[in-house]
Design a protein around this ligand. Structure first.
Ligand code: ZN
Length: 278
């Protein structure tokens, strides 16, 4: 979690996640060095920093190795979002990055290429990384990626999942933008959208971080070439390992920590830990 421009709270190295409590989190700087206390960040913290560096709008990064999503990442296949609600939370695609060892700047390079355009990525032959304006939303996105990966795998013996009809995607993406759940460059707050609308989906439980205004209205573009039918997935073929995509930039953004106290951030971490470890 980003505490300030050069301060990050992260689960410490050499500790089971089941034993982590809010007071037992490491605090590191933007170079990955211990900034407060004695607890050290994990060796994969460079991945987190890579995401923070290209997404000034986000406040939280979650990295994990859930089995179904990691299995897909190990095949080099990403996910074309096939559940309508998931498009609202995650966008139309969860691509897979190019392969890189998950350490240091080199390991973060594939993330920097893709993260400006996506809130969740499969890490080739490694795991998953998700981001969000809060720990809760980043965790929800992680759970949703694993949920879809599991369904996609379970559907294989039945012919594979079907892609969503092309014609409904623009509406779902507009809904995502209206709810403030899109990428920073997509956030164009609509003064007519009510709080109730923002909470109509289970994935919309977090308050969005509004853009600073003036953001353009980008159109979603797929991570790779136009998809082709794929018997394995029953739907579109996905991005594959080894392909490095261009970055489109994140547009106008405000600081993710602006106007938020450390106490509020810590309370959010405590809430997320309780929810996910209980
Ligand atoms: Zn990892």
């Amino acid at each position: 979690m980003r505490l300030a421009d050069d301060r990050f709270m992260v689960t410490p190295t050499a500790m089971s996640k089941a034993d982590v409590v809010a007071e037992g989190l490491a605090v590191a700087d933007g170079a990955g060095q211990v900034a407060e206390g004695a607890l050290r960040p994990p060796s994969e913290f460079a991945l987190h920093l890579g995401a923070y560096s290209v997404r000034p709008d986000i406040r939280a990064v979650v990295h994990a190795h859930p089995p179904y999503a990691t299995a897909l990442a190990c095949t080099g296949r990403g996910i074309k979002t096939f559940l309508a609600e998931a498009v609202v939370s995650l966008g139309p695609e969860v691509p897979v990055t190019a392969f890189a060892l998950p350490y240091g700047d080199e390991g973060a390079a594939p993330i920097r290429d893709l993260m400006p355009r996506f809130d969740a990525l499969l890490l080739c032959q490694h795991g998953v990384i998700t981001v969000g304006p809060s720990v809760e939303l980043a965790l929800l996105r992680m759970e949703l990626v694993e949920h879809m990966a599991r369904i996609q795998t379970l559907a294989v013996p039945h012919g594979g999942v079907k892609p969503l009809p092309d014609e409904i995607l623009p509406g779902l993406i507009a809904k995502r933008r209206k709810a403030g759940l899109g990428l920073a460059a997509e956030r164009t707050p609509d003064p007519t959208s009510s709080e109730a609308e923002r909470h109509e989906s289970p994935q919309l439980s977090e308050s969005p971080v509004p853009a600073s205004g003036g953001a353009s209205e980008p159109q979603w573009t797929p991570a790779g070439p136009a998809p082709a039918r794929d018997a394995w997935s029953g739907g579109a073929s996905e991005a594959t390992c080894g392909v490095v995509y261009g970055s489109s930039g994140a547009g106008s953004q405000r600081s993710a920590t602006e106007g938020t106290s450390n106490a509020e951030l810590t309370a959010e971490v405590e809430h997320a830990i309780k929810r996910h470890l209980s």
